[in-house]
Design a protein around this ligand. Sequence first.
Ligand code: SAM
Length: 289
Amino acid sequence: MVNVCDINVMKPLLAEHGFHFSKAKGQNFLIAPWVPESIAVESGVTEDVGVLEIGPGIGPLTQQLALRAGKVCAVEVDNRLKPILDITVGEFDNLEILWNDVLKLDVPALVKEKFGGLRPMACANLPYYITSPILTALLEAECFEAVTVMVQKEVAQRIAAKPGSADYSAFTVFCQYYAEPELLFDVPAHCFMPQPKVTSAVITLRTRKERNWDILDEDVFFRTVKASFAMRRKKLSNGLASGFPELGKAGAAEVIEAAGFDAMVRGETLSIPEFARIANEIVRRRGAK
Ligand code: SAM
């Protein structure tokens, strides 16, 4: 197997094919072999698993996944990488590469088509410029047992944040609504070529089997979360009144009280079941009118 993480191998390989890194495509390739190996091991990929990889690049993580998984489907937007991937991962019969933009794919349909009989997982060293839309698509697809990704460390901390902490955000609640996050390990900038300006981290999101929060309307729930974080450090009633203009200030205050919270409560301290109580109160008021 070609050791693609060895820069004495990688540099001539890239030069031979006239390949130049694209900043616009978020191309920071791994040059530390322990990283793709650890990601593949920690993601729990085994031969009964079908893995969707996003952005194989020249294939360091692809190799490690293909060594362990029943099937790997890798989606890469940059087809200049084709002749290089032919050399680095061409030997794997359980690998299929799709030359496409992952954001243009129907992920649930793809998973159904490619991974019949296997446990679906997603795994990637994500292009950082589209971390949020890709994670959103993967979680909303609701078809993966687990999603293991390398992202900027600050994004990983935001995904795993606890209510009331500085990192807690609407994106935290979105991710934790679908999955339980676990921070795995940090990856320093010197493990990549070219080096990014930030430290990275690997995080696993294990899809929740059940969501026992009795949310009456998912759309109202997510609007409540968004409105609650829109005015950080202000009373929740201000955010709710601007996110749900039909409530007005008095109505927003009544919702908060009816849901059992103090009038001074701030949105960024609320847990998912607490957001659910508020959102459900908004739904009930609508129904009562
Ligand atoms: N997996 C390789 C590694 O770890 O060395 C490359 C990771 S690099 C951070 C991100 C990869 O995602 C690049 O190969 C890039 O071309 C690819 N990429 C960027 N945008 C993409 C998109 N919208 N759809 C699919 N792949 C994309």
